[in-house]
Unconditional design. Structure first.
Length: 300
């Protein structure tokens, strides 16, 4: 490499760091909840990159909390023991045997993420919603149908999370909770992430998904919306532009913002280092959703 090319490369790196500076200043010591799921949990290389991103956020002063799913891995293990995964209106029907598999698999996933974080030199603690009474639930019904041990969150006690953050740990939460009778319940990971983000007054909630973000027209990739107010999101829903799995996700985003979360990001977890690109660059890569009175931030 010539001296000129070397200097050009060095200057580009410096520009990237300077571009990130206002974001680091704004979010220093602020809590960010990352809902981790989809393909980024299955692909080993993507998994490492997501953990690198979250670890970097921690090391530059953020207070990240990971809430992870594990649906694909659960389905794989349900099949391994000769059972058929059953879904009702998008929710996994969870009988007693399935619940046992859910806890086993999510526990295994949880500790694998702890290992990856600690390999990068950051202290992590893996917990479930059962620990410290973090997530209390009641039985959830899908359009009146009993779907077994699937929980609707009724209460979040964030004390354990605050204690871990104060002691400089990175909490990693798997979405299992208990009801008033101390029975275990499977919880939708999106719902768990939203509930936790609201309870800890998170500055940001980021969803890692298998889509690029919110589209006005899902069949036209040029209609990706990079920034969206709550009112604009409601309009899109009301006009029928949002459908499928994005509909409950967007409703969850709106609810989180109306309950104190400053910004929600929907990102494509299949893109390398998507979290860093969205949070630390002016353009961003996904969809940022925020309150009507919020400024458009740095995206120009």
């Amino acid at each position: 490499m010539t001296e000129e090319n070397y200097m050009k490369e060095v200057m580009q790196k410096a520009e990237v760091l300077i571009e990130a500076l206002p974001y680091i200043q704004r979010f220093n010591r602020k809590i960010i909840v990352v809902k981790y799921g989809g393909s980024a949990m299955v692909d080993e290389e993507l998994k490492k990159q997501v953990i690198q991103d979250v670890t970097l956020l921690k090391l530059v002063g953020f207070k990240p909390i990971i809430v992870h799913g594990g649906g694909k891995e659960i389905s794989r293990w349900v099949g391994k023991v000769g059972m058929e995964p059953v879904f009702v209106n998008g929710f996994r029907k969870t009988d007693e045997d399935t619940m046992e598999i859910v806890e086993m698999v999510l526990g295994k996933v949880n500790k694998s993420l702890v290992k990856l974080v600690q390999e990068l030199g950051v202290k992590a603690v893996g917990i479930s919603g059962k620990d410290g009474g973090l997530l209390t639930v009641e039985k959830k019904y899908a359009d009146g149908k009993d779907i077994g041990y699937v929980g609707e969150i009724t209460q979040v006690n964030p004390k354990l999370l605050y204690d871990l953050l104060e002691k400089d740990f990175l909490p990693i939460v798997c979405p299992v909770g208990m009801d008033a009778s101390y029975d275990s319940y499977n919880i939708n990971a999106d719902d768990a992430a939203c509930a936790i983000a609201k309870a800890v007054n998170a500055e940001k909630l980021a969803f890692l998904t298998d889509i690029e973000g919110v589209y006005k027209d899902p069949s036209d990739k040029s209609t990706l919306i990079s920034e969206l107010t709550v009112s604009e999101a409601r309009e899109l829903i009301g006009e029928g532009f949002i459908e499928g799995g994005m509909l409950p996700k967007l409703n969850s985003c709106i609810e989180a913002i109306e309950n104190g979360v400053s910004r929600v990001h929907i990102l494509d977890g299949r893109i390398s280092h998507c979290l860093l690109l969205e949070i630390f660059t002016n353009k961003g890569i996904g969809t940022a959703i925020f309150g009507d009175k919020e400024m458009r931030f740095y995206h120009e």
